[in-house]
Design a protein around this ligand. Structure first.
Ligand SMILES: [Zn+2]
Length: 237
C-alpha cells in the first residue's frame, strides 16, 4: 500500500512512557487498541489508568454493579496482558455514568501523572461534538486539567518529595476525536486488537469484531487512503 507523504504512520521519537487515561474498561482497547499494539511492538512502556470499572455496562437484568465491576476489571486485566501493557491502575470511588470533572479527581490524576511520569498521554477528546457519554467528556477534560497542573511544583506540593516531582507531559493525543491531525496505520496489528477486544467478553460477545474493526478503521483512515487506521488529535500542552 502506498502511503501519502503527509500521513504520519509512526509516532515521533522521544516518548518512551505512554499513559492511556480512560473512563471505562475497554475504552482504549476499542478506540485505539491497534495503536497500543504498535507502541508495545516499538518497545514503549504502556500504562493504563481507569477512572471507573464500568459498573453500568450491562443489559442483563440479573447483573449487579458490584458483580459487573469485578468481571470488567478482570476482563481488562486479561486484555492488558494480551497487549503487553506494563502497568494497570484502577481508581476507587468513581462510578460509571457518574464521573465529573472535580478537584478531587484532578488531584488523583495529577498524582498518577507524577508517579507514572508519562511522556505522552492518550485520553478522550473532551471537545468532540456529540460526545454523548458524560464520563468520556469529564475524563478528557479532567485529564487535560491534570496535565496542566502536574507540571507546576506549587500545585499540590504535599504530593512532592520521596521521589515525586512535578512532571511535564510532552504530548497529548485525544482519541474519539472529530478533529484528527494524525492517523496511525493499524493494518498489521488488527489480529492483536481483536484478541484484546475478545477479552472484554461482557461487552463484545455479541459483536462481529472483525467487521467492527474493519468498518471503524476504514472510516478513520479513508481521507488518508489507509485501509485500517486509528485517528487522533495530537497536541503539545
Ligand atoms: Zn467508555
Amino acid at each position: 500500500m502506498v502511503i501519502p507523504p503527509s500521513v504520519s504512520v509512526l509516532f515521533p521519537p522521544g516518548g518512551q512512557r505512554i499513559l492511556f487515561v480512560q473512563a471505562h474498561p475497554d475504552d482504549t482497547d476499542h478506540l485505539c487498541g491497534g495503536t497500543v499494539a504498535r507502541l508495545v511492538e516499538e518497545g514503549k512502556d504502556v500504562f493504563y489508568l481507569f477512572v471507573t470499572r464500568g459498573d453500568k455496562g450491562s443489559d442483563d437484568p440479573e447483573m449487579t454493579p458490584e458483580r459487573l465491576s469485578a468481571i470488567r476489571e478482570q476482563e481488562q486485566r486479561h486484555a492488558a496482558e494480551v497487549h503487553g501493557v506494563k502497568e494497570i491502575v484502577f481508581l476507587d470511588g468513581y462510578f460509571d455514568s457518574e464521573v465529573e470533572n472535580t478537584l478531587t479527581l484532578r488531584r488523583e490524576l495529577i498524582l498518577a501523572i507524577r508517579q507514572l511520569k508519562p511522556d505522552i498521554i492518550f485520553t478522550f477528546d473532551p471537545w468532540r461534538r456529540n460526545e454523548t457519554h458524560p464520563d468520556h467528556r469529564a475524563v478528557g477534560m479532567c485529564t487535560l486539567d491534570a496535565v496542566a497542573c502536574a507540571r507546576n511544583r506549587m500545585s499540590h506540593p504535599e504530593q512532592l518529595g520521596d521521589g515525586l516531582t512535578a512532571h511535564r507531559v510532552k504530548e497529548l493525543y485525544y482519541f474519539a476525536t472529530d478533529q484528527p491531525n494524525i492517523w496511525i496505520d493499524i493494518s498489521r496489528v488488527v489480529e492483536k486488537k481483536i484478541a484484546a477486544l475478545k477479552c472484554h467478553e461482557s461487552q463484545t460477545k455479541h459483536k462481529d469484531l472483525y467487521k467492527w474493526v474493519a468498518e471503524k478503521g476504514l472510516v478513520a483512515g479513508v481521507g488518508q487512503k489507509l485501509k485500517v487506521a486509528e485517528a487522533f488529535n495530537r497536541q503539545t500542552p
